[in-house]
Design a protein around this ligand. Structure first.
Ligand SMILES: NC(=O)C1=CN([C@@H]2O[C@H](COP(=O)(O)OP(=O)(O)OC[C@H]3O[C@@H](n4cnc5c(N)ncnc54)[C@H](OP(=O)(O)O)[C@@H]3O)[C@@H](O)[C@H]2O)C=CC1
Ligand SMILES: O=C(CO)COP(=O)(O)O
Length: 346
């Protein structure tokens, strides 16, 4: 069997996942958009725009040709930003064959259709959604390339595909669990970015650990609420893709979402913040998607709603905090659909 794995796009996360695969002695080919980046990876073994100062394995080769990247690969790992997922998968389609594992590690929705990434991929490839595997969990690229101990989850309704993905990535610093709940893992990974923006904003406003703990906990409550409505297993939100990723993204200065939120809290405007990041901040688009999803399902998401007003309707972050703190008194679990909870509880 071939030991070739293709990684589509060499941003920070694609490059970090390529280095995990290279550590496992796989033959890794990354597909990039520019000759300049391809040359840098092949000749200098670096990717300084996205992971400055990191030396990449010589097992990682780059190409701008999709066919060369994917032909005869056992697996394709798509790590495009959510905004480019349909376009990149469309480019993959002519060269993808049924025997290739298809894995993605993207955290977001297609904002126009509100579809999850596995739906977008399966539509473009013309395969069952159950064929797709998602890799998610608390994992900053900057720490993975330093081989800091990291745990992730791979989910698919196809148990064999999830186990094959676990086998590809698992090693002594990158521990991989499997999960059958594709919907929950994808929703958790996407929605936590909204809460990370909020946590950064809270820090930027000069608030403390109490506020951050409140955002993480009540953020989890609203992710759980919408997740259950959309068909996720609530236990997934207590796992790596849920609370695990929520904690790491809302508390780490590696997080682009946290950093963007922090700048907004300090009074910077969205355009200025995005202009200074140079990397994808998925939580911005995801806030827009969550606003529409919460209306579509009739499920309250008060933190996402306030973030939506700050990001897209110029609401002052302090006014948003006042609105959240001034909501009607509630019991802690009031908005969880009781019949669903009882169904899982018995
Ligand atoms: N960074 C991290 O630690 C983690 C990120 N993720 C997720 O991974 C996904 C990718 O993020 P990340 O790697 O961090 O992003 P980066 O901002 O680091 O890199 C973005 C990459 O996407 C490429 N790209 C942008 N637009 C297009 C397009 N239209 N067609 C093809 N390629 C495109 C860029 O190529 P170019 O340079 O040519 O513009 C670049 O390679 C996100 O969903 C993120 O949430 C998940 C876990 C951890
Ligand atoms: O998803 C991540 C870590 O698990 C990365 O988060 P950011 O996109 O906020 O950097």
């Amino acid at each position: 069997m071939s030991d070739k794995v293709a990684v589509l796009v060499a941003g920070s996360w694609g490059t970090a996942l390529a280095s995990v695969l290279a550590s496992n002695h796989l033959n890794v080919v990354v597909w990039t958009r520019t000759e300049e980046q391809t040359r840098e990876i092949n000749e200098s073994h670096t990717n300084n725009r996205y992971l400055p100062g990191v030396e990449l394995s010589s097992n990682i080769r780059a190409t701008t040709h999709m066919e060369e990247a994917v032909s005869s690969a056992v697996a394709v790992v798509i790590v495009a930003p959510s905004s480019a997922m349909r376009e990149v998968t469309g480019q993959l389609k002519p060269y993808w064959t049924e025997d290739m594992l298809v894995i993605h590690a993207t955290k977001g929705f297609e904002t126009e259709s509100l579809k999850r990434m596995s739906t977008v991929i399966s539509e473009e490839l013309g395969c069952e959604e159950g064929r797709v595997v998602v890799l998610s969990g608390p994992s900053h690229a900057e720490e993975v390339v330093r081989r800091c101990p990291t745990t992730v989850v791979v989910a698919s309704s196809d148990a064999a595909a999830a186990t094959a993905t676990q086998d590809l990535f698992m090693n002594t610093y990158f521990r991989v669990y499997t999960n059958r709940d594709m919907i929950g893992v994808e929703l958790a990974g996407a929605l936590k970015n909204i809460i990370a923006l909020g946590a950064g904003m809270s820090d930027g406003l000069g608030f403390g650990d109490n506020a951050k703990a409140a955002l993480i906990t009540r953020g989890l409550a609203e992710i759980l609420r919408i997740g259950m409505e959309m068909g996720a297993n609530p236990l997934t939100f207590a796992g790596l893709a849920g609370i695990g990723d929520l904690v790491v993204t809302a508390t780490s200065q590696h997080s682009r979402n946290w950093r963007a939120g922090s700048m907004l809290g300090q009074g910077k405007k969205l355009d200025e913040v995005l202009g200074s990041m140079g990397m994808v901040v998925e939580g911005i688009r995801t806030t827009k998607a969550a606003h529409a999803i919460s209306e579509k399902y009739g499920v309250q998401m008060p933190i996402a709603d306030q973030l939506y007003h700050v990001l897209f309707q110029d609401r002052n972050p302090r006014t948003a905090v006042e609105a959240l703190m001034g909501r009607d008194p509630k019991t802690e679990m009031e908005l969880m659909p009781l019949e669903t909870w009882e169904q899982w509880h018995t």
